[in-house]
Design a protein around this ligand. Structure first.
Ligand code: 5GP
Length: 236
């Protein structure tokens, strides 16, 4: 089914599908990177965990009426998705202050925001994914302000659904990053949602079940990703 390689990113490879120009295959790698690729490691089995976690989350979101590129999980490390024209934006939603916002602004870690914040970053390794405003985002992507508002509204809806999902497995959704793409002139959710792209804290211990254990070197990445998958599977 898989044909030639279209693109290789830091965490995934993307392949064309033989005889189906509408779809692509995402193949999750075992590589972990942080700080725009400055910290790197390989964790055998990480690709399988993220494929399973991301597939479970996209299936849940589809059940809640959120349309995305996700079609189905194919095997341990691969999933079938609709091809989209990726919009070069990283859309970050924050419920609680952590990570870059606490370095950029005088906001203490663990501050709970009165309402979720949505931020846009320009997705570009050479520019180091800079934080941008709505007007910059329109110029850099060619989207209208109306389309940008649609993305923001969608990101907030996804936040509501994900908070419910994670609360059900005793986790607080601190923040996460989404990417969107255009398919047949409609903007849909794309890429992945996994512990690589979210901050998730255990509600009792406040311990992270996400990539921060690798970024900060404070825990075993495979163990915490497996724990997250176990909790998701327990409520399926
Ligand atoms: P921060 O801006 O604090 O670094 O990240 C905010 C949230 O978005 C975190 O959950 C983080 O995992 C996610 N995020 C931001 N940028 C990226 C990125 O380039 N790659 C990935 N995988 N996640 C990102």
């Amino acid at each position: 089914m898989k044909s030639t390689l279209l693109y290789e990113g830091k965490a995934k490879k993307v392949y064309f599908v033989e005889g189906d120009s509408e779809k692509l295959i995402l193949s999750y790698k075992d590589d972990a990177t942080a700080f725009n690729g400055k910290k790197k490691s390989v964790f055998p089995g990480k690709g399988k965990l993220n494929n399973e976690i991301s597939a479970a989350i996209f299936e849940y979101l589809q059940d809640q009426g959120i349309s995305s590129h996700f079609v189905q999980k194919l095997n341990e490390t691969e999933q079938l998705v609709y091809q989209t024209e990726i919009i070069p934006l990283e859309v970050v939603v924050r419920n609680i202050a952590a990570g870059s916002i606490t370095r950029r602004l005088p906001i203490e870690e663990k501050t709970v925001f009165p309402k979720p914040l949505v931020e846009f970053y320009y997705k570009s390794d050479i520019w180091d994914d800079p934080l941008i405003n709505d007007d910059h985002a329109c110029i850099l992507t060619g989207l209208s302000l109306h389309e940008l508002k649609e993305i923001k509204d969608n990101a907030l809806k996804i936040n509501d659904q994900l908070r419910k999902l994670f609360a059900g497995i005793n986790l607080t959704l601190v923040d996460f990053k989404l990417e969107f793409g255009k398919r047949k002139n409609t903007i849909i959710l794309a890429d992945e949602i996994s512990p690589d792209t979210c901050r998730l804290w255990d509600k009792d211990t406040m311990e992270p079940l996400d990539k921060d254990v690798f970024r900060k070197g404070t825990g075993n990445l495979l163990e915490v990703y497996q724990e997250l998958l176990n909790r998701l599977e327990a409520i399926r």
